[in-house]
Design a protein around this ligand. Structure first.
Ligand SMILES: Nc1ncnc2c1ncn2[C@@H]1O[C@H](COP(=O)(O)OP(=O)(O)OP(=O)(O)O)[C@@H](O)[C@H]1O
Length: 270
């Protein structure tokens, strides 16, 4: 494995701690993570650290294990081996909802919206769930107007508050998925292909929204994205997955120039 810029194992500090080198302590630490299902190893011996406030992008050919790795980190799938630490605490055995309460939130590659529900109601329902309520029993009493207004303004969706999700453009749907995620105020966001299906005209605004959630609000971001041109302006480091393993973890430019990465992508667009 070529992983020239991985963070060496060290004692984890509290969030926001600065080491002598100026880098903050790891907020997320994966050690020897593996996932085997039906006899097939989908994720194999993946280890890396993510620093507080870092933007770490994941690329890799189709089927490389990127979404599976996100499922393991967010607790949707249980690991077969290895450990996951958040802020120095072992969360390997914790359920997805418990990890979400610790500030780890994620979006999904495929849309998770309700077609006939309005934009504002999506955010209000997420607020109800974050408030200890249920996603299943929808009270529809508009008890979170300030929060809904704030989140929709943040995601540039205020003018679409009364629009049903199925009438939104792909870019607006992706923004709404981010709005739903932001209700829980995640410190660490896992974004699984947020540009998927989005038109070329809408990519810059969505990229800028994600950039501002990272740079201006200081959120730590892990993002799967296929296109390096999107990632070059966003990512501090890029992790390349291949056949379930972490092939390379380095700066975007170093990854672009790495011959093993070119080899992994042979015949595919990088
Ligand atoms: N629940 C499962 N059971 C069996 N195999 C699975 C399961 N989930 C994923 N896989 C397989 O694991 C491999 C990795 O899938 P994964 O979706 O993690 O890849 P990916 O890198 O996210 O791909 P893409 O870029 O196409 O989204 C694929 O071969 C997939 O078919």
């Amino acid at each position: 494995m070529t992983s020239s810029n991985t963070t060496a194992p060290s004692a984890a500090g509290t969030p926001g701690d600065r080491t002598a080198s100026g880098f903050s302590a790891p907020v997320l630490r994966l050690r020897d993570i593996g996932w085997t299902v039906g006899g097939a190893t989908i994720v194999d011996a993946v280890s890396f650290d993510v620093r507080e406030g870092e933007f770490l992008a994941f690329i890799g050919p189709n089927g490389a294990g990127k979404t599976s790795l996100f499922n393991l980190v967010s607790g949707i799938s249980p690991v077969s081996r290895g450990t996951i630490e958040l802020d120095g605490r072992d969360i390997t055995a914790e359920a997805a909802y418990a990890r979400a309460r610790r500030g780890l939130g994620r979006t999904f590659q495929t849309s998770s919206l309700w077609p006939g529900m309005t934009v504002a109601d999506h955010v209000a329902l997420a607020a109800q769930a974050a408030d200890g309520g249920s996603y299943r029993i929808w009270r529809r009493a508009d008890p979170y107007p300030a929060l809904v207004d704030r989140v929709l303004a943040r995601t540039q969706l205020a003018h679409r508050a009364g629009t049903c999700a199925d009438a939104l453009s792909h870019g607006e749907k992706r923004k709404l998925e981010l709005a739903v995620l932001l209700v829980g105020e995640p410190r660490l966001m896992l974004l699984d292909e947020p540009m998927a299906g989005v038109s070329a005209e809408e990519v810059p605004a969505l990229t800028e929204l994600i950039r501002s959630l990272h740079k201006e609000e200081g959120r730590t971001v892990l993002m799967v994205e296929h296109h390096m041109d999107v990632l070059l302006g966003l990512a501090d480091r890029v992790a390349v997955m291949h056949h379930g393993t972490l092939l390379v973890l380095d700066t975007p430019r170093a990854v672009m120039a790495d011959p093993t990465v070119q080899q992994a992508y042979l015949g595919e667009e990088l």
